[in-house]
Design a protein around this ligand. Structure first.
Ligand code: SF4
Length: 97
């Protein structure tokens, strides 16, 4: 069973527009290189905050790095609040490589 996203937070971030199910234009989390994991610092706050399991850590040289599963991300923004490096923003799914 999945939790409902925090709609108040979404409305705060994106205005009072309709909140619909995931569409091609739905925003998803995007992690920048300022993430602590890219500096070899073990941090998994975003994964711990994600209620849908959209943040996965992949092994890489120098330590595990976070990756967003855009099919699982509902754009709730919980990871943004949890990130101590301010490394996460929301972006349209189709702009994320
Ligand atoms: S919470 Fe921020 S700094 Fe920590 S692993 Fe996630 S993106 Fe990186």
């Amino acid at each position: 069973m999945t939790e409902e996203p925090d709609l108040q937070r979404r409305r705060f971030l994106f205005g009072t527009g309709q909140v619909s199910s995931q569409t091609a234009a739905s925003p998803v989390a995007c992690i920048s290189p300022s993430c602590f994991a890219h500096m070899g610092i073990a941090c998994m706050s975003c994964r711990d905050a994600c209620s849908t399991g959209a943040v996965r850590f992949e092994l890489a040289l120098g330590g595990a790095r976070p990756r967003i599963d855009t099919d699982q991300c509902n754009g709730c923004g919980d990871c943004i609040q949890a990130c101590p490096a301010d490394a996460i923003r929301l972006a349209p799914a189709e702009t994320i490589s």
